[in-house]
Design a protein around this ligand. Structure first.
Ligand code: DQA
Length: 145
């Protein structure tokens, strides 16, 4: 089975961006963590995609249909704004885990809403890169692997 990992805007700036909130590890480390977790979980395929563009993320979710068995996604700021990403997840109806590096529930009011959450079977926050590993393992369990 195959997993698609999607990261939204500014996740490419990991390590540089607000390290007190998001940590010192960079995006390459995030990808390494996901690839190791996918192998550990028994996935034979993994793609890690990052974009700063909402439409590109919608395109990627649509293209996952028939190719990937599930999605792990940190929509970053689009979490709090994007009906389009929610609708794309509903359109493909693939099992999805929502991941946030930081503990969004302890942050600003505008981060308290998640549009994507209703299309996800689980939300993981505040675990840093380890949250991606947990998401991939939980997705594998959900897929009966
Ligand atoms: C984030 C939290 C979002 O509120 C923020 O806009 C991000 C990253 C996280 O991983 O903690 O860019 O999704």
């Amino acid at each position: 089975k195959s997993v698609l990992v999607i990261n939204g805007p500014n996740i490419n700036m990991l390590g540089i961006r607000e390290p007190s909130i998001y940590g010192k590890a960079d995006y390459a480390a995030l990808v390494r963590t996901c690839k190791a977790a996918a192998a550990e979980a028994g996935f034979s395929g993994i793609r890690c995609f990052q974009s700063n563009h909402e439409g590109a993320i919608v395109d990627e979710i649509q293209a996952a249909l028939g190719t990937y068995d599930g999605i792990v996604m940190n929509p970053a700021a689009y979490t709090h704004t994007s009906v389009a990403i929610l609708d794309a997840l509903k359109a493909v109806s693939l099992p999805c885990v929502e991941v946030h590096i930081s503990r969004v529930e302890d942050r600003e009011d505008f981060r308290q809403v998640s549009y994507v959450r209703q299309a996800c079977f689980e939300t993981i926050t505040g675990m840093g890169l380890e949250g991606y590993r947990k998401a991939i393992l939980d997705l594998a369990a959900r897929l009966g692997m």
